[in-house]
Design a protein around this ligand. Structure first.
Ligand SMILES: NC(=O)c1ccc[n+]([C@@H]2O[C@H](COP(=O)([O-])OP(=O)(O)OC[C@H]3O[C@@H](n4cnc5c(N)ncnc54)[C@H](OP(=O)(O)O)[C@@H]3O)[C@@H](O)[C@H]2O)c1
Length: 306
């Protein structure tokens, strides 16, 4: 990403370092010679390699954000933190707003003051899923509170006027070692244990391999791109078909996968159904090239010894 002749190191602050995306970002940027990295997340105990400097941050508190940002003085902040439990967001609206909107406002305010480039991760849940896949300029219409907070965070970023890039992504999966398993590992573990799993046939997306997203973020830094970018996978398919692909690849018992409809789940938050993200802009202006699902499963099998 960064060339060896660059004399000055890029200082990168990763917020949400303990999360799925955060862990993969740390792994990637840690290996970059010309990057000075600071990991931060709300938990005091981090999963990360102790060789990576770590500071606790609560982005829902302005003082906490100021402490970390002004102390480290980053060139880039990558915000991979959020209140991501979509159903809980319906019940715990105040917390969801504080983290997903106020937290982003605080990051943007501090970024503007010290001229930091803020890269923020958003979601296809800003759309209603009536006519996806969506391009960057499609009109948002979130169905649930999580989507509303994420749309509000995008708007706050633009209003505050810090140098920023918004990346919208969907259905993240990949070789995450700590914390809750990603969708692929959950499917593999459940089927290996002989458990029946009920999977929806009516939610369409282009699932995104975490390391593809990390590559896109790295290119945004390299090319200093601002604005909105969709980052997703190559293939559009239902969650059910994605699950069948996983079972096929790992040679697991597909009869344990039961097709259902989203409405059968009686979840608190409505889901966008016909969703997913058009990735043409990222392909053409970042040279983004996502792997096929098949290739990503090969990588996961190797790295996680699944
Ligand atoms: N997962 C998906 O399928 C998906 C799809 C579309 C978009 N996205 C977006 O992609 C981003 C990354 O998602 P992810 O799945 O990697 O998330 P994740 O695994 O749920 O991790 C989110 C992290 O945010 C941190 N966090 C929560 N509240 C915080 C606070 N007050 N201050 C600081 N950190 C806080 C948590 O830290 P601790 O672990 O320290 O508690 C957690 O590790 C999010 O913006 C999400 O909205 C995700």
């Amino acid at each position: 990403m960064i060339h060896s002749h660059d004399l000055i190191k890029n200082r990168i602050l990763i917020v949400g370092a303990n999360g799925m995306l955060g862990q993969r970002l740390i792994g990637y940027f840690q290996a970059e010679k010309n990057v000075e990295l600071l990991a931060s997340s709300v938990e005091e105990i981090s999963y990360n390699d102790p060789s990576v400097p770590y500071m606790q941050i609560d982005m829902s508190k302005r003082e906490s954000v100021k402490n970390v940002v002004y102390d480290f003085y980053p060139d880039y902040i990558i915000n991979a933190a959020a209140f991501t439990n979509v159903d809980l967001c319906e019940k715990e609206r105040e917390t969801a707003w504080k983290v997903n909107v106020k937290g982003v406002e605080y990051l943007a305010e501090t970024s503007r003051i010290i001229d930091t480039h803020l890269i923020h991760i958003s979601t296809d849940y800003v759309f209603d899923g009536k006519n996806g896949p969506y391009a960057e300029n499609a009109k948002p219409n979130p169905l649930g509170y999580y989507g509303r907070t994420k749309l509000a965070s995008e708007n706050a970023l633009r209003l505050i006027g810090a140098t920023n890039t918004i990346i919208r992504t969907n259905v993240l999966y990949g070789p995450v070692k700590n914390g809750r398993p990603d969708f692929v590992r959950w499917v593999v573990n459940s089927l290996k244990d002989g458990k029946e799993i009920r999977i929806v046939t009516d939610q369409i997306n282009n699932p995104t391999y975490l390391d593809d997203l990390v590559q896109a973020i790295s290119r945004i830094i390299e090319f200093r791109k601002q604005g909105i970018f969709n980052v997703g996978g190559k293939e559009f398919l239902s969650r059910y078909d994605f699950t069948l692909k996983i079972a096929d690849f790992f040679r697991l018992d597909k009869s344990l996968i039961k097709p259902i409809k989203t409405c059968d789940l009686h979840q608190l938050a409505p889901r966008p159904l016909k969703s997913g993200l058009v990735i043409l802009k990222a392909e053409t202006s970042l040279g983004y090239m996502p792997h096929s699902i098949q290739d990503t499963l090969v990588k996961m099998k190797k790295e996680l010894a699944l």
